[in-house]
Design a protein around this ligand. Sequence first.
Ligand code: CP3
Length: 340
Amino acid sequence: MKFMRVLNGEVVSPPPVWLMRQAGRYLPEYRALRGQAGDFISLCMNPALAAEVTLQPIRRYGFDAAILFSDILILPMALGQGLRFAEGEGPLLPPLQAVADLDPTQAAVGYAPVLETVRLVRAGLPPGVALIGFAGSPATVACYMLDGKGGGEFPRTRRLAYDDPGFVDALIDVLVDATITYLQGQVDAGADCVMLFESWAGIFPPAQFRRYVIEPSRRIVAALKAANKSLKIIGFPRLCGLLLGSYVRETKVDAVGLDSVTDPALAIAACPPGTVFQGNLDPLLLKAGGVALDTGVRDILAGFEGVPHIFNLGHGITPDVPTEHVARLMDLINDASQAA
Ligand code: CP3
């Protein structure tokens, strides 16, 4: 598998490709299946449909990796917190009042359908295509659990981290343990590697970044690697800025996903030798298309030349992206080696 070779440290040109949110509303076949499932959570909890949705972008574009179709908020739901997705508003949860309101003993029952999806995808995946399992990192999941919605500011979480750090620490501890068990379940069900989404790494000042981002991720990586000798783990500390090097060195992730505002050369200089990079095309270019897209793709390819690189976006693909632009992206990446 080309994707796994790069994750193991090989430099491969052209690089393997997948896109965050590659299964989603920009695909007409996804919208059709989602309509059939009813709503997004029902789709995530229906293994047959979720597996089908996972495979749709692989069939259409030939990506090198499939990512399990699910959501980082399925884990809080499995822990007993309410979750719904309001159309056009994103996720909504009743803000968590106490860690005792969660029931970790029932979590595995709650997320059992997700593990079944992993098994079905594994069985249906063409040879050569890797399967990525994932979870949210504890700090990012805690942001949604404590504030009850997205938006990027998470004011309650930020205040609690100062006013009631014991509450936040206790929640993070529950999430670390639950995430280890959840990801181990995905590995046992057939995931080739796992990714930790820390989408809101960028809201924490350095001391809290170490406490809530680095330390919990370090514990998850250590536990998973102790139990699975050759497992590869990708971290995505979005908008972590100058703390990138500390994140990679201290968490010991094998690969790091970069957001679009991070310059490849500066990222390479900041990380230990041998780090695998994933990213980091601006998702807006995929909407824009044209010369801007062509130039953007070539710049990313040139920026990571000579280091192990998995092509991706710097954040998720948006619903307004024309499907032809994704086809153009694939052509650009696959033609690049001949042009060079
Ligand atoms: O990448 C993939 O194709 C795999 C599936 C996946 C989804 N969410 C499906 C999804 C993954 C890996 C995620 C991760 C996720 N979920 C993150 C981390 C990555 C990131 O984007 O920062 C976060 C923060 C969430 C929480 C979440 N889920 C939000 C904020 C939203 C609303 C925004 C939106 O796009 O509507 C979701 C919904 C969601 N998750 C959709 C999909 C396909 C759209 C649901 C729909 O069909 O309406």
